[in-house]
Design a binder for this molecule. Structure first.
Ligand SMILES: *Cc1c(COP(=O)(O)O)cnc(C)c1O
Length: 360
């Protein structure tokens, strides 16, 4: 199997050895051991601190898509009205998932490389009167960090349930679940937390629990069985002790570094990356500098290149980046500088390789 000296894929990111080592311990059965529940509760407490919330935090075994599906299936009834804010694949995808649940979905798409304008959002909230609004904080396939905090007061006033995917921002950029009135907050382990893609996190407000009671969805991804699971020491299924032990290390190391310091590290790495991109005469996908994510940089494929040829050339030089999907497939490539990859030295190596490849 080929490995790359300069891993800059926007998730799953490279997992530091100290986190991987947590998988070497032989734990007992997670269903029975008190120690496991203590670990789980500590992770929930650390996540509350990182996500700035007093809401419930569930940690489920499974990749992040688990909580995207689980949150929607657990709180959306057929015929509910869902407003899906979108400027990329995940924003649109949340709407499609709500449609699959039977909801009446209205897509509010932003212009290329931008976020939805406030007056347009307000008009849609007033005319459509959604039960649920879905949004994405860091829209990874577009490299955009959406101003969720600016939109939050309008959504709060509309009284719609607010579901936000912060899978690729939390830990690397400020996420304020309580201040922004996020009822359902979605997170995965493989982005800024630099873990394997094996755990997903969901923050659940009281309002969201009430919605889940009303819907009463049953299934492997259902949220309701996790409500008091730790208190009762009853898991809906066998949990992943190893992954929780690794998550514990990751969350503690993030808080030891300090949230503000982590945000600064991500921001400085992103600013450096963008300055190199600009000096090569390449074009960012983001139309406004404030929208460029501190965790991932999306760049338009330079003229004269195709994505497969650029990808192959970079890989020959030991560097792996991401392509994009959906409408941006073949048009944009992405440099992932989140979590362990938010490292100026690493990005410098990557940008040197990119420059060399483009100048050949
Ligand atoms: C990575 C990611 C997810 C999880 O999706 P996968 O493609 O399965 O990794 C969900 N939402 C966002 C915004 C992400 O970046």
């Amino acid at each position: 199997m080929k490995t790359y000296e300069v891993p800059l894929v926007p998730g799953p990111v490279s997992v530091p050895v100290k986190f991987r080592e947590a998988y070497m311990t032989d734990f007992g059965s997670s269903d029975l051991e008190k120690d496991f529940y203590e670990l789980l509760k500590e992770n929930q407490r650390l996540l509350r601190e990182i996500l700035k919330t007093t809401n419930s935090v569930t940690i489920q075994s499974g990749e992040a898509m688990l909580v995207l599906w689980g949150a929607l299936k657990s709180t959306v009834c057929p015929k509910d009205k869902v407003l899906a804010l979108s400027n990329g694949l995940f924003g649109h995808g949340l709407g499609e998932m709500a449609e699959a649940v039977g909801a009446e979905v209205r897509y509010l798409e932003a212009e290329d490389g931008r976020f939805i304008e406030k007056n347009i959002l307000q008009r849609e909230l007033d005319s459509f009167r959604p039960d649920v609004v879905t949004a994405v904080h860091c829209e990874t396939p577009s490299g955009l960090l959406n101003p969720i905090g600016d939109a939050a007061p309008m959504i709060k006033e509309s009284e719609a349930l607010f579901c936000v995917d912060f899978v690729a921002s939390a830990g690397g950029s400020d996420v304020r679940v309580d201040e922004w009135g996020i009822d359902l907050g979605l997170l995965g382990s493989q982005k800024c937390l630099s873990l394997l893609p094996d755990l997903s996190v969901l923050t659940v407000s009281e309002r969201a629990w009430r919605a889940a009671e009303r819907v009463d969805y049953a299934g492997y991804d259902a949220v309701l069985p996790w409500r008091d699971a730790e208190e009762k020491m009853e898991m809906p299924c066998t949990h992943n002790w190893h992954a929780n032990a690794a998550m514990n290390l990751s969350l503690k190391s993030l808080l030891e570094e300090g949230l503000e310091n982590s945000f600064r590290r991500h921001n400085e790495t992103a600013v450096y990356c963008r300055s190199r991109i600009a000096s090569m005469g390449l074009e960012l996908y983001a139309r406004e500098e404030e929208l460029a994510s501190p965790t991932v940089t999306a760049v338009r494929i330079p003229s004269g290149w195709t994505w497969p040829r650029l990808d192959a050339s970079l890989r020959e030089h030991g560097m792996a980046v991401g392509g994009s999907y959906g409408q941006l497939a073949g048009k944009v490539f992405r440099i992932g500088h989140m979590g362990s990859q938010a490292d100026i030295g690493l990005v410098r190596k990557g940008m040197d390789i990119l420059e060399e490849v483009l100048n050949k």
